[in-house]
Design a protein around this ligand. Structure first.
Ligand code: ZN
Ligand code: ZN
Length: 241
């Protein structure tokens, strides 16, 4: 069991780090060479952000220190339902499990994120993430470690736990979630990102607006809960103008 836990922890950290390198390289590349400028919706507006070094230090702490602490706890929870051995899961199983994980994640993320905007939790946890008024892809995990566990850990692993997914599905789903989150903070609305075609998601601008105006838009993949709870009114008015 110890060996299996270490394997889960280190493969997860490796994938987490690998996806961050790959996607930050991609967004850095298109930014440096001014590619896809028609898809870049962030305007230079004098918004203040933490500096890049601070951002990378916090992100690396979340990957290499807090993942190392949190993932063994997550492993013990997943162990109750998730399959860690046996053959690769079938594609039909993966194609059913991942959309269900998206729905579970978005629902939990919406309510946890909304909770983080209550005065006490905002002041002590979530305010740090909102120091980015104009987010960049790397700022997706510029978060307090407790918030990181609440918004990146619990919603991510709840779906596989409920469904009893295979660990390979868990890792694939983790890569999808990291891609969506970095895309949502990137400032680009790229036509080839599948997330922009999801129902109830008018593009990457939704979370960007949440950072620049700090009001409403608490969802991750969709805006369904925002629509149902009326927390998208401000964004709708902004889009009309
Ligand atoms: Zn927020
Ligand atoms: Zn954010």
């Amino acid at each position: 069991m110890m060996e299996e836990m270490l394997w889960f922890v280190f493969v997860s950290i490796g994938l987490h780090f690998g996806m961050v390198c790959l996607l930050s390289g991609f967004y850095g590349f298109i930014d440096h060479f001014s590619l896809f400028q028609d898809s870049k919706f962030q305007k230079k507006s004098g918004h203040s952000n933490p500096n890049l070094t601070d951002c990378v230090v916090v992100l690396f702490k979340n990957i290499f220190i807090y993942d190392l602490i949190g993932l063994p706890i997550i492993y013990l929870a997943l162990k109750q339902r998730v399959t860690f051995t046996g053959p690769f899961p079938t594609w039909p199983e993966i194609l059913v499990h991942i959309p269900l994980c998206v729905i579970v994640e978005d629902t939990l993320f919406y309510w946890i994120h909304r909770l983080l905007h209550t005065p006490f939790l905002y002041k002590h946890l979530h305010k740090m993430h909102h120091q980015f008024h104009q987010p960049i892809a790397l700022s997706f995990q510029y978060t307090h470690p407790i918030e990181n566990f609440m918004t990146a850990g619990i919603p991510l692993f709840a779906g596989p736990l409920l469904l009893g997914s295979h660990v390979y599905t868990v890792w694939l789903w983790m890569c999808v979630r990291i891609t969506e989150s970095m895309d949502g903070h990137s400032g680009y609305d790229l036509w080839f990102m599948p997330f922009r075609y999801f129902p109830f998601r008018p593009g990457a601008q939704v979370h960007d607006y949440h950072h620049s105006h700090n009001v409403g838009n608490y969802g991750s993949f969709f805006t369904l809960w925002d629509k149902l709870c009326g927390t998208d009114h401000s964004f709708k008015a902004y889009k009309k103008n």
